[in-house]
Design a binder for this molecule. Sequence first.
Ligand code: 5AD
Ligand code: SF4
Length: 478
Amino acid sequence: MTDVRTGEQRQGQRKRVFIRTYGCQMNVYDSDRMADVLRPLGYALANTPEQADLVVLNTCHIREHASEKVYSELGRLRDTKLERRARGRDLTIAVAGCVAQAEGQEIVRRQPAVDIVVGPQAYHRLPELLAEVERKSAFRRAGKCLPGAGVLDTDFPAESKFDHLPAPEGVRAGSAFLSIQEGCDKFCTFCVVPYTRGAEYSRGPAAVLAEARHLAAAGAIEITLLGQNVNAYHGEAPTTSIGGSTWSLARLIRALAEIEGVARIRYTTSHPRDMDDELIAVHGEVPQLMPYLHLPVQSGSDRILEAMNRRHGRDLFLRLVDRLRAVRPDLALSSDFIVGFPGESDADFDDTMRLIDEVGFASAFSFKYSRRPGTPGWAMPDQVPESVKAARLAALQALLGSQARDFNASKVGATVPVLFAERGRKPGQIVGKTPWLQSVYAEGKPRLIGGIVAVRLTEGHANSLAGEIAVRPCEAAA
Ligand code: 5AD
Ligand code: SF4
């Protein structure tokens, strides 16, 4: 139903914000933090843009189609805004995330209905930016005009935004993300992240552990540590607080495992070059660290890995897999692959297919190379034709798909702990995750959502498994 109350009628009522998140888990985390920043300003969450006074698009710039989707959404929002204004109300439109960082003022030029452009490092400044928009609207309502549409903040500040963001509120169904690292210094030649998220930065362990305790107290039994290059983590602990030193990711994981209530720890996304001995060892030592690792390799060809500036060859990756499996034999591996990087020949692509055969992945993400302005890959010769990229992607996905099916099938008959996250599509069904991050559907009461329950796996499919709750939840929790 459409809300037809006028601006005056709505005064004194709660404002509502709709946040649409594109892209990675870092963006999901950031969207939650934006909601935390906006809550003290009186903004409750809306379920649709139509219900909202403020719409934030938290954008992704990693591949071309990701940014184009943002511009089509902005076109629709402009229409909503114009209809609203005709009815005496307004809609504030904000673009956040990596497209905001990369394109800045260009966004307002392409879509003048946008009020705010805010980069990933400046979310704590949203209240100031909204106040500025309100000032401009007041001038507009009074028939005056302030120069320069849109309010822009895409600076990389010297201080971390983490020092200014409020403590996180939301733990969803027992699961929480915790951002510990941002940015990247690796400069892979296809990737925009070093430009959109800036230089590598790690939060101090004291702040991370405090947030983890807060999340555990709020009901999180699974914590996923996030960072664009999370295993490059090196958090500085001041001498006055907890010993004084640089903490590695391995040390942080050991400390997290000590927090009461934290039953599952995960981390993503890692770079093969930063998988050091200590981190590999932790996979064999900390039972709460789940037996699943997302470790992007991108290609199995040494020539292409070199052109991508990945700083590792196929052998380093294969050796890492062997060492990880030696300490944690049931480790499931996932990865990212790019096909059709400039110069990729049939032989290079075959090397990638052989690497996949050799490793055996439980799941994977795969993409056609997308030429990103400003990256070295943009200007490289021998760009691969779209038709070749498409054929290679289809072959690669067929192989990865059959490996995922085999992996799921290999678990049928086992009874495993499942953390239930939400209701399923069919009535009476609930959906959760195994330790290997597989989705499991089972008949169960919604009150099981947010807890870990033993489930006997009965059927394996391409992207999920079916199961039956094996014991009553009180026994499972014992
Ligand atoms: N083209 C295609 N895929 C890309 N990725 C990053 N940049 C590009 C690009 N320009 C993929 C990589 C990365 C994942 C997050 O997105 O595989 O690991
Ligand atoms: Fe991008 Fe990851 Fe390479 Fe960093 S390591 S440049 S985030 S692909």
